[in-house]
Design a protein around this ligand. Structure first.
Ligand code: AMP
Length: 294
């Protein structure tokens, strides 16, 4: 596995592969990798001749009061994981390589970025769309891989690719969870043991929501009331939002149907966690644990 730090080196490698007629998969990440990220690598390695992973904590997608400075980083351990999963090339640039001092061009997406996480993170998706555009322009991959864990991000990238005619197939990969149901996330490392236990409430709420939807309920209000009650049963949970939105345009729906998205953001202690399910997906499975959240 090779590591490169500059756009030019990345382009050079891509050019050589393309000259050989090889297909390329791209998996963008911010590092501190876990099995959720690895599932993207596995999907890419399986369906593309070469896989590029980027490890870059993208400063422009963090708001002023967010965790850019403290975001966990461990590049050495990331490389071990990437190598073990068959990644061919890691792109690990410094911020200055991506953003010149006078950088002032952004890709902004309307409508889809205004709901859910966009309400409290107003510049987040602009930062994501801009960095993904830069990566797409450099790597020109056949496929790009994203996790369903960040469902709004996935929907936004799909729309950006369609709207701006990027010649790439967007692949969404299922959420990978811990044994007790918590969606794997680099930010889980912020949780102390009590918070970690309390964090189970998100997946419990997902499972409850799924069972209610599977029983045939179609009113968002009814579904959300039950999920909110579940979340409220955990004293450490501070709910930012739980919403039902159309799976493509991310706009709230009163009556939901298959393909719609039920998404939440919940703070546990100081840590903001997200989880979601798509209506009609098979129920999530996890082991029961001993906690108030069950
Ligand atoms: P991040 O490093 O948090 O920006 O995530 C990089 C990519 O990995 C994104 O497409 C995420 O949606 C995906 N990802 C992160 N956690 C998980 C997970 N638990 N399951 C599936 N995909 C994930």
């Amino acid at each position: 596995m090779n590591t490169v730090n500059t756009i030019n080196e990345l382009r050079e490698q891509v050019r050589a592969w393309k000259a050989e007629g090889l297909t390329i998969g791209l998996c963008p990440t911010m590092g501190y990798l876990h099995e959720g990220h690895a599932s993207l690598m596995d999907a890419s390695v399986k369906s593309c001749d070469r896989t590029v992973a980027s490890v870059f904590v993208n400063p422009i997608q963090f708001g002023p009061n967010e965790d850019l400075a403290t975001y966990p980083r461990d590049f050495e351990s990331d490389c071990k994981l990437l190598e073990a999963h068959g990644v061919d090339l890691v792109f690990h640039p410094e911020p200055a390589e991506m953003y010149a001092d006078d950088f002032c061009t952004f890709v902004d997406i309307d409508v889809l970025s205004k709901t859910l996480c966009g309400k409290t993170r107003p510049i987040h998706f602009r930062g994501v769309c801009t960095v993904i555009t830069k990566l797409l322009n450099t790597v020109t991959p056949d496929k790009i891989f994203f996790g369903q864990k960040d469902a709004q991000q996935l929907a936004i990238i799909r729309r950006m690719v369609r709207d701006l005619n990027f010649n790439v197939e967007v692949i969404g990969c299922p959420i990978v969870r811990e044994a007790d149901g918590l969606a794997k996330s680099s930010r889980n490392t912020y949780l102390n043991p009590d918070e970690r236990r309390a964090a189970r409430i998100l997946s419990r709420a997902v499972r409850l929501g799924q069972s209610i939807a599977d029983e045939g309920e179609r009113s968002s209000e009814t579904l959300l009331a039950a999920m909110r009650e579940k979340l409220a049963s955990e004293p450490m949970a501070d709910v930012e939002y739980v919403e039902v939105v159309n799976g493509e345009n991310m706009q709230p729906v009163d009556t939901f149907r298959e393909g719609d998205l039920v998404a939440m953001a919940v703070r546990i202690g100081g840590t903001r966690l997200i989880d979601n399910f798509t209506v009609g997906q098979p129920p999530i499975e996890f082991q029961e644990g001993q906690s108030n959240a069950d």
